[in-house]
Design a protein around this ligand. Structure first.
Ligand code: ARG
Ligand code: ZN
Length: 884
């Protein structure tokens, strides 16, 4: 822990490194009470920076330096300086071999950064700046080196010794053994990985497009061998997809994934040796939900895709993080869309973006996808860098077209293979491949905030002209009061009264160009006039959510109903349903605030009845259409979030719908449940859609508190052959007033799954999310449960995160106990695991969204954290920016 105020790093201060490291030879000697790391670095002066020899300043933290030598000559301690963060020495030649030996303590590393123990195994997490906790190094992504790594450990307890690249040698020395790995591809230190443990693997192989055989191995602890097949299938699909869609082939002879239980994030793309949070690898029908299966598929793909977008072409500095993350999220989203339902994937991603990234963009931590400065880079692995970054890449493809985009990505990979580059280089490749000018588009990289897009229309019957006018603006964000106009691609169509999609000809064009097109809105106010429009049309705008903006269009209810029925864009059919639901919910929220008795609006029930009766409607779409906007989204959309009014209004509407639609819902539910009973589980699109709809219906039906529904829910909980149905039923019971059934189900579940950590995470989250009274006390009690651990990030996320981030009505309890609870946990975690502590803080950073009384309570807790002393850089940055 530090005492002085941490300083911010600025993008504008970037300087190329003074020295490079050509070769890195590492030797790890792993023991239970310490480990030693010997590093032999072939250091070379960066000749671009001159022929003088400035001091060599290596990064290093929490290292005990045992020896230093240069070209075989041991250095006296007077020849170098060691500080908390650096080892500094004076080179005498422009090329030399530096050898250091350090002692480190993975066994007491609770931050899970660098080399650490997870259960019985050793593993690493080096991105972004964890390698400096392993050895002295130039720990920056523009220093790329060829690595050779030897790992030594006890033979019996650590039979498997892994690192990046290919295995080249191994041997035994009494009770210990060793293995040497060589990675021929130059890489920055953040992609280094090491694993030692008693691991078993599932093995398979993949033949690449140029007919090379690649061995695929997924390593897990022996009890999890039965839960690996889904990840393996996902890996093979990813490898094939990247060849087909991006022309990218895998390069090493072996690709390994290791599942670890204690991991700060989802997974890490280390070259040839991906290390995963076990929650993103392990899946079986009995233990993992459909959502978990889809997450495994997406994360396996994401990390695999990084082999090109991240590893072969990496980032020059950490301000460029979205270069690899935004692009790779876009790649994995398209992969998932191709493997599953494209429309549903898009809806899920947009809901997530609107609920969480828009909130980040409106809060104190708002930053552009390429930030200008940071105090702790770990705080910038954000929804903005990842999800909005992906939206920016999607807009590029929308503007350039699929073929132009592919030409651009081909040029990018070819031009920069083996290099550490910038977002500007990515855009330059897109420009050069397409002869395009993207200079204004680049504002998406430098300006923060969610743009607003207001749309109005004018129809002139006499000239048969229809004009759409767009006005864009962007709210101020920290450090950016004024914004320049963005380039906003508006994918659109015009519908006639009977739902036909009209041919689109802009004034000045010779002929119509199809029935869908992309308007590039680039000015603060801009109009587009269509000709040959015989009657006033209904516009379908921002189709497939073609830009990450908040669009406002004044649609009447009739128009929304027409879009729901006729729009050929599935996303916009759903969007019309959302807008209708939002209008109704906002009316109810206003009524609660005005102290009026709530009256149900028959229109939505009629719409839902129509949807339920339409047997041609895709079940996945139906499930999405029946989902009301969440309380979190309603809070984000509100000027001032009134937590209780939002909760009451939404619960009222859900109950009203359940009562009005009881008969068709109950009938449909029973039919779906009967199908589930008869069919073996598969995580395929059709079954996932069916279970999703079944789950939505059960949740509505349970609100009626009817005995027959309760019995069905208990039956589903007890008899389901898969976790999706079982957990849906459990969640319904937990949120119901059926105390006896609830208690019994929770106990039964815990008894059955007590030894499965990932299943117990779901048990914790379901309870943390309960709307029933007393949830906070229950959460506190569960922190004492034997399956809970304060040192395991998945447990923290499931229970504490589940309560603070997914349970608005209790987290924001008027007595401030929810805020106090979160602050207590952050203070405790700050010393143990700063990254997790800082992430947990997010809900408190949103204090400006609430009414003055809550604002004061939330700020007071932030102040209390600030005053608690010994803050990590991670927590310091978030707290100080939130209070600024
Ligand atoms: N690069 C990893 C990914 O694929 C995430 C690593 C996150 N590391 C961190 N320190 N925040 O998304
Ligand atoms: Zn990533």
């Amino acid at each position: 822990m530090r005492s002085e105020t941490p300083v911010a790093v600025q993008l504008k201060d970037y300087q190329a490194p003074d020295y490079f490291i050509e070769r890195t030879v590492l030797d790890f000697d792993l023991y239970d009470d310490h480990s030693t790391v010997t590093a032999e670095l072939t250091v070379l002066r960066n000749s671009d920076k001159g022929s003088d020899l400035p001091p060599l300043v290596l990064d290093g933290q929490e290292l005990e330096l045992l020896s230093v030598s240069i070209d075989g000559q041991e250095l006296p301690s007077s020849a170098y300086q060691v500080s908390d963060n650096h080892l500094t020495l004076q080179p005498q030649t422009k090329r030399f071999v530096l050898r250091t030996q350090v002692r480190i303590h993975p066994e007491s590393n609770t931050a899970l950064e660098g080399l650490y123990r997870s259960g019985k195994m050793f593993c690493t997490q080096c991105e972004a700046e964890g390698f400096r906790k392993i050895t002295y190094y130039l720990d920056r992504p523009d220093v790329m080196s060829a690595f050779t790594t030897t790992v030594r450990a006890d033979k019996q307890r650590f039979p498997v010794l892994l690192s990046n690249g290919n295995p080249v040698a191994q041997g035994e020395e009494g009770a210990r053994h060793w293995a040497t790995w060589e990675d021929p591809f130059k890489k920055p230190a953040y992609l280094f990985a090491l694993v030692a443990g008693d691991l078993w693997c599932v093995e398979d192989s993949f033949t690449t497009m140029s007919q090379r055989e690649v061995a695929l191995r997924i390593y897990v602890e022996p009890e999890n061998l039965g839960k690996v097949q889904h990840a393996m299938d996902s890996l093979k699909k990813s490898m094939k997809w990247d060849e087909e869609v991006y022309g990218r082939e895998y390069d090493l002879d072996i690709f390994m994934i290791v599942a670890v239980s204690d991991f700060n994030m989802g997974a890490m793309e280390n070259k040839g040796l991906n290390i995963f949070n076990s929650s993103c690898v392990l899946a079986s029908p009995e233990t993992a939900t459909d959502a978990a299966h889809q997450r495994v598929e997406a994360v396996v793909a994401h990390e695999y895709f990084h082999n090109w977008s991240g590893n072969r072409v990496t980032c020059r500095d950490w301000f460029q993080l979205s270069l690899k993350e935004g692009f790779t999220v876009f790649r994995d989203a398209e992969f998932s869309a191709d493997m599953n339902s494209r429309t549903v994937k898009r809806i899920e991603d947009v809901v997530f973006l609107r609920t969480n990234q828009f909130a980040e963009d409106a809060g104190p931590m708002a930053h552009p996808i390429r930030p200008d400065s940071y105090i702790e880079i770990s705080n910038f692995y954000t929804l903005t860098v990842y999800e909005k970054g992906s939206e920016v890449v999607r807009m590029l493809r929308t503007l350039l077209g699929a073929d132009g985009f592919r030409k651009g990505s081909d040029l990018y990979f070819e031009r920069h293979d083996g290099q550490a580059v910038t977002c500007d280089d990515f855009i330059k490749a897109m420009e050069d491949a397409n002869g395009a000018d993207l200079s204004q588009f680049k504002r998406w990289y430098s300006q923060a905030g969610t743009p607003r897009l207001a749309v109005s229309s004018y129809y002139d019957k006499a000239s048969a002209e229809y004009t759409l006018t767009f006005q864009q603006s962007c709210p101020a964000t920290p450090g950016q009061s004024e914004k320049l106009p963005f380039v906003i691609p508006v994918q659109m169509a015009l519908l006639s009264a009977d739902g036909e999609h009209l041919p689109l000809q802009l004034k000045g064009e010779d002929s119509a160009q199809g029935c869908e097109r992309v308007l590039a809105v680039s000015e603060a106010e801009q109009s587009f006039t269509f000709v040959g429009i015989e009657a006033e049309p209904l516009p379908s705008l921002l189709r497939s959510f073609s830009a990450p903006v908040k669009m406002s269009v004044e649609y009447s209810r009739e128009q929304l109903l027409a879009l729901m029925q006729h729009d050929s864009d599935g996303f916009n059919r759903w969007e019309a349903a959302q807008q209708l639901q939002l209008a109704i919910l906002n009316g109810l929220i206003a009524a609660v605030q005005a102290g009026k008795t709530l009256k149900s609006d028959p229109q939505l029930a009629e719409v839902f009845a129509g949807l339920l009766a339409d047997s041609s409607l895709d079940q996945a779409m139906l499930a999405e259409m029946l989902s009301l906007p969440s309380e979190a989204l309603l809070a984000e959309l509100a000027e001032v979030a009134d937590v209780e009014a939002i909760h009451q209004a939404r619960e009222f509407l859900r109950k009203a719908l359940a009562q009005a639609l009881y008969a068709p819902m109950w009938q449909r539910y029973q039919a779906l449940r009967a199908q589930s009973r008869e069919q073996a589980y598969a995580a395929d699109a059709e079954q996932i859609a069916r279970r999703s709809l079944q789950g939505k219906l059960l949740a509505y039906l349970m609100l009626t508190e009817k005995t027959e529904v309760k019995a069905a829910c208990v039956e589903q909980f007890e008899q389901a052959h898969n976790m999706t149905e079982r957990l849906n039923a459990l969640a319904c019971l937990v949120n119901s007033s059926f105390a006896a059934e609830k208690a019994q189900a929770l106990a039964q579940f815990a008894e059955h799954f007590k030894d499965d950590a990932l299943v117990m995470d779901q048990w914790f989250s379901v309870q943390a999310g309960s709307v029933c009274p007393g949830t906070l006390n229950q959460v506190k009690a569960l922190m004492q449960h034997p399956a809970f651990s304060f040192k395991n990030p998945n447990k923290i996320r499931a229970l504490i995160g589940g309560f603070c981030a997914q349970n608005p009505i209790h987290f924001h309890a008027a007595d401030g106990e929810g805020y106090r609870f979160l602050a207590d946990q952050v203070i405790a975690l700050n010393a143990l695991n700063p990254q997790i502590a800082s992430r947990l803080l997010t809900p408190l950073t949103r204090w400006r969204k609430y009414a003055p009384a809550r604002q004061a309570q939330m700020r007071a807790e932030l102040e209390r954290i600030r005053a608690s002393g010994g803050l990590s850089k991670d927590v310091f940055e978030v707290v100080s920016k939130s209070l600024a």
